[in-house]
Write a protein that binds this ligand. Sequence first.
Ligand SMILES: C[S@@+](CC[C@H](N)C(=O)[O-])C[C@H]1O[C@@H](n2cnc3c(N)ncnc32)[C@H](O)[C@@H]1O
Length: 369
Amino acid sequence: MRLARAIVLSGLRRVHSGRVELVENGERLLFGPEGAELAVRIEVHDPAAWRRFLRGSHGVAETYLDGAWDCDDLVSLVRIGAREVPRIDWLRRALLPLRRLLERVPHNTIGASRRHIAAHYDLGNELFATFLDETMTYSCAAFDTPELTLREAQEAKLERVCRKLDLGPGDHLLEIGTGWGGLAVHAALNYGCQVTTTTISREQRELAQQRVVEAGVADRVSVLLEDYRDLSGRYDKLVSIEMIEAVGWQYFDTFFRRCSELLEPNGLMLLQAITIDGRDYELEKAARSFANTYVFPSGCLPSLEVIGGCAGRAHLTEVDREDLTESYPITLRRWRENFIAARHRVAELGYDERFRRLWALYLCWCEGG
Ligand SMILES: C[S@@+](CC[C@H](N)C(=O)[O-])C[C@H]1O[C@@H](n2cnc3c(N)ncnc32)[C@H](O)[C@@H]1O
């Protein structure tokens, strides 16, 4: 334990991108420059955490879930960690072959995809309703100004998507990744198009179908429970918003080929994706991260280069690109604030303390990252 603590503290002594105050049994240690923009206070409750910290982000996450330590500002802690990562890049890259061998991320076959998606999206619609906006959109909003409400920013995003797709009453739109039906309802209501949308989460499909009926567009929207690989037909337009992260790197080409086959020759496709820097893509593929272990089993973020390569091989031509990066921390902050404000409700719904800590950490991790 003492050795593990000494190793972690020697790492902390090298921190220069933020101020870290560490408290254990009343003893207070300070690391990093005084007056730094980012400052956090960490309290270690259980000394067993030191040894587990040596396992990297997994150890840090697991000990947090177990309540072995607390931090007054998890988002800033993640930001400090993210800024320190480049300094240990050589180590991460040196360990890559070993991690490839030891940390096999399961393939997203059709059966595995259903299990992986159920593990996240079938946790309960009421859980997601505690932190998403009324449209139940679970992807980056479009905050043209940070003062917008989450709902306004999500509606602005849905509207922008429909406009980019140039939707009209004569169109049949295919959506891969329904969520809870926000876009399908918006498109059918405001643009009069026919929509076929698919999810592989049963819970999502049930609520999406209900919302379609409530919105009075059941004659124009059909909600399927089909994997993207099992879809057939031809559509004028295709949209997929933050679904590609669940595809798995082994299937990126399959995904784009399928999209291309499902589109009419002059069709238009819109993809919204969370991407990773091309330099980190090999690590993303090989290693089990906090996100793809605890939150989105077997997820993998594509890089822009990978998307471009797969789209090109599927004979899709890029005609427009927009960067929503600035809007994601705001979206995530709103989700986190909603989730924290609803913590009693989340507890009433039966989610235990460990689960609530996991989700708080997940939302902070993404926002800080
Ligand atoms: C992050 S959610 C985004 C939902 C929605 N597009 C939104 O913006 O709110 C990802 C969606 O992709 C769907 N999905 C994931 N893997 C899929 C697959 N193999 N086939 C079809 N849908 C899938 C999930 O069920 C979920 O509805």
